[in-house]
Structure formats: C-alpha cells, structure tokens
Write a protein that binds this ligand. Structure first.
Ligand code: BTN
Length: 246
C-alpha cells in the first residue's frame, strides 16, 4: 500500500519500464499502468497486441525475500488475485487456466508475464505484468474464437481504474499470505475454486509424453494435481507442459 503509481499514455512495455525503474532502485510495490504499449510482450517471446485506450496494461515490481526457485509461484498468486478481483468487482466467473491464464466463458481474458532478475541464490527483483482485455470490442480474426474481453462478455464498458484498484487490493492480501510460508499452502482452496478444469478431464502434453486424468487442484508448490485412471496423483510442473480440457 502507498507505493508509487506511474501512469503512461504510451510506453513500450510496462514490464520493460518497471525493469528500468527497478534498476534505478524503485521500491517494492511500484506500479506502472499504461494506456497503450508499442512493444507489449507476451510469454514465449510473443508480442502482446496492446491497442490504445481500452485494455489494462499494468506491471508491478516485487522485491521478495524468497528463494529464486519459488519465484514461479508468484505468478499463480497474481493470477488468483486478478481472478478474484474480476469476480468481486464485476460479478462474473473469471477462471484460471493453470498455470497463469485467466479465462471467461472459455476464452482468454487476461495474460500474465513474470520476469525475474536474480543471482544464484537471491532475487534482485521480479516484475509481474498483467494484461486485461477490459473494454475491447473486437479481436483480430485469428483470435476471435480464443480471446474475449470484459466488455464483450458483460455487455458494457467496465471502470478500469476501479478494477486496477481491486486487483492491487487482492494482490496485497494474497502476497502477504504467500510470503509468510513462501508457498501456496494458504491459497490452495481459493485457487481450486477458480480453477477452470477443477474435477474435470484434462489432457497433459509433455514433450514426448501425453496422458489424461482429472484435475484436482494444486499443491503448495503450485503444481497441478492430476488424478490418473489408477487413482494415483501426478504432480504436473508448469515448465513445458500444456493442459487442455477434453
Ligand atoms: C501472455 O502471453 O499471456 C502474457 C501477456 C502479458 C501482457 C502484459 S500487458 C502488461 C505487461 N507489459 C507487457 O509488455 N506484457 C505484460
């Protein structure tokens, strides 16, 4: 709470900007919000299309006192928080597609990108960027059946600053729970409540290996629990897997 907010009409990428601010010693909790990104970044080197004036582009600086191997959990903490914020602020059933997409009515609504600057055994800082399709009315043809926006699903424009404030509130609450134990043990039930595939059949695709099972929430490390046909539980690590509903 009470940290600096930087607002930009236009920026290359709020993640890139937070990294610049971090290098200038900006404190934990610094928030950057932009109306337009000329070089928005998605995961796996993809671009994140960032048109003007209708979506939410925001990034937060974290200086957590946690081990580098726990950093990926922060993305799950943020995903949970944003899903909860959308639910409480707008009353729609946003869900998490493990590990870190948020979907609404089966289509992608929010993307999250975490970047880390770390030494072997400590984290200098983490940047978590959140892109929320808020008031977008249409998508390019190739995305139309995969992506959606709050405006499209709800039928009217949403108040972006109120949603940003609600996201920050949930993030603060969940972040505090997270740093106490340095794992997700305090959030597993809450995560299960918003998990899109909970108790449903999923197909897990790992490099050279594929199987089906039933999603049973996450463990304290943030791994997806998949119940196999023989009743055993496989813990799926986020790395290179892709999980699909059947
Ligand atoms: C994904 O590929 O799903 C992640 C997309 C993350 C987009 C957000 S928008 C705000 C922040 N700045 C960026 O350049 N990317 C993230």
């Amino acid at each position: 709470a009470g940290q600096t907010l930087y607002y930009y009409d236009e920026i290359d990428s709020t993640n890139t900007q937070i990294k610049r601010l971090a290098e200038e010693d900006a404190p934990h909790g610094t928030l950057a919000v932009a109306d337009y990104q000329s070089k928005g970044k998605g995961r796996r080197g993809h671009a994140w299309d960032s048109p003007h004036g209708s979506a939410i582009y925001m990034s937060i600086l974290f200086r957590p006192d946690i081990r580098p191997d726990r950093a990926s959990m922060l993305t799950l903490v943020i995903g949970l928080s944003v899903a909860q914020a959308i639910r409480s602020n707008l009353g729609v059933q946003a869900q998490i597609k493990w590990p870190n997409d948020i979907v609404l009515n089966g289509k992608k609504l929010v993307g999250i990108l975490t970047e880390m600057s770390a030494q072997m055994n400590y984290i200098e800082y983490l940047v978590t960027g959140i892109g929320i399709n808020a008031n977008l009315r249409e998508f390019p043809e190739e995305l139309a059946d995969k992506a959606t926006s709050l405006q499209k699903e709800i039928g009217h424009k949403v108040n972006r600053s109120a949603l940003i404030a609600e996201c920050m509130k949930k993030i603060e609450e969940n972040y505090e729970t997270f740093v106490k134990t340095q794992d997700l043990s305090g959030m597993m039930e809450a995560y299960q409540e918003v998990l899109v595939n909970q108790d449903q059949q999923v197909r897990v695709l790992e490099p050279g290996h594929e199987y089906t099972g039933i999603a049973r929430g996450i463990n304290a490390m943030g791994e997806l629990l998949v119940e196999r046909e023989d009743g055993t539980i496989t813990e799926v690590y986020a790395g290179e897997v892709s999980v699909r509903g059947l």
